[in-house]
Every structure is written in C-alpha cells, then in structure tokens.
Design a protein around this ligand. Structure first.
Ligand SMILES: Cc1cc2nc3c(=O)[nH]c(=O)nc-3n(C[C@H](O)[C@H](O)[C@H](O)COP(=O)(O)OP(=O)(O)OC[C@H]3O[C@@H](n4cnc5c(N)ncnc54)[C@H](O)[C@@H]3O)c2cc1C
Length: 432
C-alpha cells in the first residue's frame, strides 16, 4: 500500500501535468480566428512552417464545424478556383490584381489543387475554366482542408466564438471568448470573412474588435448579388434567358461606369456575371443602360434592304437577341413589331436603333447582405502589407480572406484568393 507521502507526490505530479495542459490550452504561439477557407489555409501553412520547431497553431471556429459558407458555395458543388493562365487570372481580379498578385504567385490554383489532391479530393476543370471537386461535393473540399490542417499539427476548437480582442504586454494578444474564457497568443491571424449569409457564422462583427486594435474598417456592403428593376413586369416572361458578353453603362448621381459580361434575366430584374461582379458598386435608383446590339443602326438599315417583306422580329434574326426577348424589348417601349421592314420610315428605324443601342432600366433593389454571395468592405488594403498580409498598424497581427476590403468576380476567384491570402498570412506569421 502506498503511504500518505507517496499519495501526495502522485497527486502533485498529476496536478502539475493538468496545470501544464491548461497553460498550453490557454496560450498558443499563433491563433487563427475563423475556420473558413482563409483560416484553414492560414492554419495549414503556419503549421507546416512551424514543423519541427517550438510553437503551436490554434484555430478558433465559432460554429460546430468549419467552412459552413464553403459548403454552400457553387450550389453545394464548390467552384473553388479558376483554371485561367496566371496573367489572365490576375486580370480578372480587376483593380485588386496588383495588390493580390504576391499572394496568388505564392499559392496559385495549382498549389491549391495539389493541396486538395494530396488529401484525397481530386478536381475537375469545366470547359469554361471553373475548377470543382471531381465529386462535385463542396464537403470534400472542406474535409480535405480540415484533414490537411490536422496533419499540419493544428488544434481546432469548435463552438469557439471570439467576441473581443486586446493587446497583451505589447507583445501578444488576449482573446476573449463568448463563453467567458480567455486565451493568449504571440501572433494573431483574423480570417472571420465578410458579412453576407450571416447565418453561416460570418456576421461581420469582427470589425468591432479590429477597431480596438487600430483598424478603421469600411462597413460591409453586398457583393455578388442580383438587382430588381422598376417596371420590369414586361420582362418576367423572359426569365431564364441569358446573353453572352453584354455591354452596359451603370449611371448614378455620383458615378457612372461601363462594364461587360454575361447577363441573365430573372423574374424581378437582372443577374449573371455582368451584374454580380459589379454589385458592390450598384445602388437603388441607379440606371442600367443595356446595349442589346452593337451597330444597331447600320444593321437595321441593312436588314431593311435584305429582308423588305419580313416583319421586324424575323428580319432581325442576325442580331444576338432571342426572338422572345427582342419582342419584349420592343413591346416594353410601345413599338409595333408586326409590320414589314419595308414599311418602316427612316425615323422609325432610328428610333428602333436607339432602343437596341441603349435601353434604360432603373434599379429598385440591390440584393441585401442576407442573400448576396459575398461582401465588399472590411479592413482597407492600405492597412495590410500585400507581401505578408501583416497589419501595417498593429505588429504581429495578420488578415486574410473576405474580411479584407476587396471585391472579386464570380467564377472561383473568391475561394482561391481567400486560400492564397490565408496561406501567405500563415507563412508570414511564422517567418516575420
Ligand atoms: C451561397 C454562396 C455561394 C458561393 N459560391 C462561391 C463559389 O462557387 N466560388 C467562390 O469562389 N466563392 C463562392 N462564394 C464566396 C466564398 O464562399 C467566400 O468568399 C469565402 O468563403 C470567403 O472565405 P473566408 O475564409 O474569408 O470567410 P468565410 O468562408 O466566411 O469563413 C469565415 C469563418 O469565420 C468564422 N467566424 C466569424 N466570426 C467569428 C468569431 N467571432 N469567432 C470565431 N469564428 C468566427 C465563421 O463561422 C466562418 O466559418 C459563395 C458564397 C455564398 C454565400
């Protein structure tokens, strides 16, 4: 039988192990907040960069699973990247290309595809360049990222929602959790996403605590959303029609711009890349002027010569507009379309040409953050070093993913850039 002294020694030993475990639980060298694609990528790269050295990576996810938004992406199929050659890929990032190029060169679509393949998730490039998991299941992409994080030695804490942050002794951070517990870390990576689809956990509240670290964020606004149009009742019957490479001018009181892209007609207005990709610049009351046909005037006079006996709709078959839509455009403007081409006066042809070269529609509603696929706004890019993703304001703090104030087009660019910026942030947190 052990005597009292031996019991006491065993008790002290067990207690010291527990205390040490608790100390380890309470402090990590690197904490990542948010387990979406950016946070998972940051954790994996930090874990790998630390391998064999002292230090630990802790990923805090507010939900009971990682990547809830990722699971919804691409209608549950996850268009995770785009197969475009590097320069074309960067071109598609628009005004953010120059800023994001370091992150993309450091971890591009091939690096991402290989990371997934190594974890058993094969991918497939559609003819239009969009990359998907071969299984067409977003959960396979999410599971592969979680698997890689665990293999890289990352500890993932679920149901771990952060509600506040503070600096600790000038050298690290204190993290206050919603459940009342506290953690500390030397380096902090914030990857809490934007504010669209808040039910997925990305509710935008992180901006309140990044403010306490000195960052003046821009309010989140919807991106990758549809628009409703006033007086669109005529067009309902055209819902589902899509047109490639349509040119449009978006005119508002303060600013106007032109853009082109594929357009989809919905029951209430417009969608498709032309609208989705420019959504963050659109407001209620703005006009969308659609150029339904190029060189309409010339083509109408030519059609009158070539097909004098045909009615307008049939004579204009060479225009890239489906008959049903052409009829509706003319109907909506009160134009007669049953008469033959030869009966059209020069004035009527010019009027028709004006309508086809620029039909005006007024935005009655831009999709809200509740249902838009992404958000613009967040931490200004000028406050983050593009080569490291490190804050220019608060040392040892890093950002990645949609919490950064960029707005990217649809087509796999959002998930890829969340992962690319996340990867760079994780590596930099270990090396800088
Ligand atoms: C319906 C839909 C379809 C989409 N389809 C595509 C697509 O096909 N292709 C594409 O490229 N993009 C798509 N997107 C956009 C893409 O999903 C996002 O841009 C991407 O997920 C952003 O990654 P992220 O890691 O920055 O943020 P998120 O994916 O939003 O992840 C942030 C994580 O942080 C956690 N979090 C937030 N606050 C806290 C906190 N305080 N404490 C702890 N954890 C917190 C959240 O729970 C969440 O898990 C789609 C989006 C939606 C909504």
């Amino acid at each position: 039988m052990p005597d009292d002294n031996q019991y006491y020694t065993a008790f002290r030993y067990a207690h010291s192990i527990l205390a040490r475990r608790q100390t380890l639980m309470k402090h990590a060298s690197i904490v990542v907040i948010g387990g979406g694609p950016a946070g998972l990528a940051a954790s994996i790269s930090a874990g790998r960069a630390l391998a064999g050295n002292k230090g630990s990576v802790l990923l805090l996810e507010g939900n009971q699973e990682c990547g809830k938004k990722l699971l919804l992406s691409g209608s549950g199929q996850c268009n995770f990247s785009n197969n475009l050659p590097i320069l074309e890929f960067l071109y598609r990032l628009g005004k953010n290309a120059n800023y994001l190029k370091s992150a993309y060169y450091n971890f591009d679509k091939d690096a991402f595809t290989n990371l997934l393949t190594d974890a058993g998730c094969q991918s497939y490039a559609r003819p239009d360049g969009k990359l998907f998991p071969l299984s067409m299941k977003a959960s396979d992409v999410r599971d592969a990222l979680v698997k890689q994080a665990v293999s890289a030695g990352v500890t993932i804490l679920y149901n771990a929602r952060v509600y506040d942050l503070g600096k600790h002794n000038q050298t690290g951070f204190i993290i206050n959790m919603e459940n009342g517990s506290k953690l500390s870390c030397d380096k902090l990576i914030i990857t809490t996403g934007g504010a669209s689809y808040p039910q997925t956990g990305s509710d935008g509240k992180a901006l309140s605590y990044t403010k306490s670290l000195g960052h003046e964020a821009t309010a989140f606004r919807p991106h990758l959303g549809n628009v409703n149009l006033q007086e669109f009742s005529f067009y309902k019957k055209c819902a589902g029609i899509s047109l490639p490479n349509v040119q449009a001018t978006f005119a508002g009181k303060e600013k106007s711009f032109t853009a082109s892209g594929d357009l989809l007609i919905t029951h209430k207005g417009f969608s498709g890349p032309l609208i989705l990709d420019n959504c963050h610049r659109l407001k209620r009351g703005m006009e969308i002027i659609i150029r339904w046909a190029q060189d309409a005037e010339t083509r109408l006079f030519e059609a009158q010569k070539k097909y004098p006996k045909m009615d307008i709709i049939n004579a204009l078959w060479e225009l890239p507009i489906p008959k049903k839509l052409l009829k509706t455009i003319l109907e909506a403007r009160g134009l007669e379309f049953h008469q033959s081409m030869k009966r059209l006066t020069e004035f009527e042809i010019l009027l028709l040409a004006t309508v086809l070269s620029g039909s005006h529609y007024t935005i009655s509603r831009v999709e809200s953050l509740d249902t838009a696929m992404a958000s613009a706004g967040g931490i200004p890019l000028a406050e983050i070093n593009a080569k490291t993703m490190q804050s220019r304001i608060c040392p040892d703090l890093y950002f990645a993913g949609e919490i950064m104030d960029y707005a990217l087009p649809s087509g796999g660019f959002n998930i890829q850039m969340a992962v690319s910026t996340g990867w760079l942030a994780g590596e930099s947190a270990v090396r800088t």
